[in-house]
Design a protein around this ligand. Structure first.
Ligand SMILES: [Zn+2]
Ligand SMILES: [Zn+2]
Length: 253
């Protein structure tokens, strides 16, 4: 046994695999991000304002404290919140989760989203957690829908039903990243359809779950589809929220 293996074995004895941070490998509470990772995440949003409607981070003092996007036209959900700005270690964690196939991150990331939901939203009103659907071809390529895994984790934590067939993806839409806000809206028109679970949400309040809130065009379009299907109101929770750097400029996803 070489020295490195001995160290690993001793470390395994002291900190069983489940108690190491799934992001950085430092010791922590089982199945959760360690305090050092949580501090780094909290640091990202330090000194930033949070739009009281959409939850985007930034520095945008206006009369009501709304971000420039909501100042123009408020998206149709009741409220949206994200755990942290989409940058640095949060972006790295999402890339590991989405593109490097680290599906086991769904539980600790979902737990953070559930805690945020419990702090800010009236959870007892929710008839279910609804994930933003991924187009089937994209899901086939990635082999999972990251929003569905997060929604399942959030639903488990909050003891809510997971309603994963309330929204379906309609036509495939080109990548959103290079489009303006208006362009994204046109791009997404008709991208979502009510699924077979939608009728049982009629007159109910639901929690829409996604991984990242960028301009809010996806959340707004899902929300429109749910409201048209008879859902009475929608709240949105995401892991990350793109920060508004300056008026009119935002961080790309
Ligand atoms: Zn960590
Ligand atoms: Zn806003």
């Amino acid at each position: 046994m070489v020295f490195g293996e001995i160290v690993n074995t001793i470390q395994d004895l002291i900190f069983p695999a489940g108690s190491l941070c799934p992001l950085c490998g430092r010791p922590g509470d089982p199945g959760q991000l360690c305090p050092a990772c949580l501090r780094a995440w909290a640091e990202l949003g330090r000194g930033m304002e949070i739009c009281p409607h959409c939850g985007r981070f930034g520095n945008f003092s206006s009369g009501a404290g709304l971000c420039p996007e909501c100042e123009g036209e408020r998206p149709p959900f009741v409220l949206a919140r994200g755990v942290a700005p989409y940058a640095g270690p949060v972006r790295d964690a999402l890339h590991l989760f989405k593109f490097a196939g680290k599906r086991e991150l769904a539980a600790p990331l979902g737990a953070l989203m559930a805690a945020l939901t419990a702090d800010h939203f009236p959870c007892r009103l929710f008839a279910g957690a609804v994930p933003v659907p991924l187009h089937p071809s994209r899901e086939k390529e990635r082999r999972f829908n990251q929003a569905a895994l997060l929604a399942a984790a959030v639903a488990r934590e909050l003891r809510l039903p997971l309603v994963d067939r309330a929204l379906l993806r309609g036509r495939e839409t080109p990548s959103q990243t290079s489009l303006s806000r208006a362009g994204r809206r046109v791009n997404l028109a008709g991208a979502f359809l009510p699924g077979e679970d939608a009728p049982r949400l009629r007159g109910k309040t639901v929690l829409l779950v996604d991984d990242v809130y960028t301009t809010g065009a996806t959340a707004a379009e899902c929300c429109h589809t749910l409201l048209e299907a008879g859902v009475s109101s929608v709240y949105v929770v995401t892991l990350a929220t793109a920060a508004i750097k300056e008026q009119g400029r935002q961080e790309e996803s």
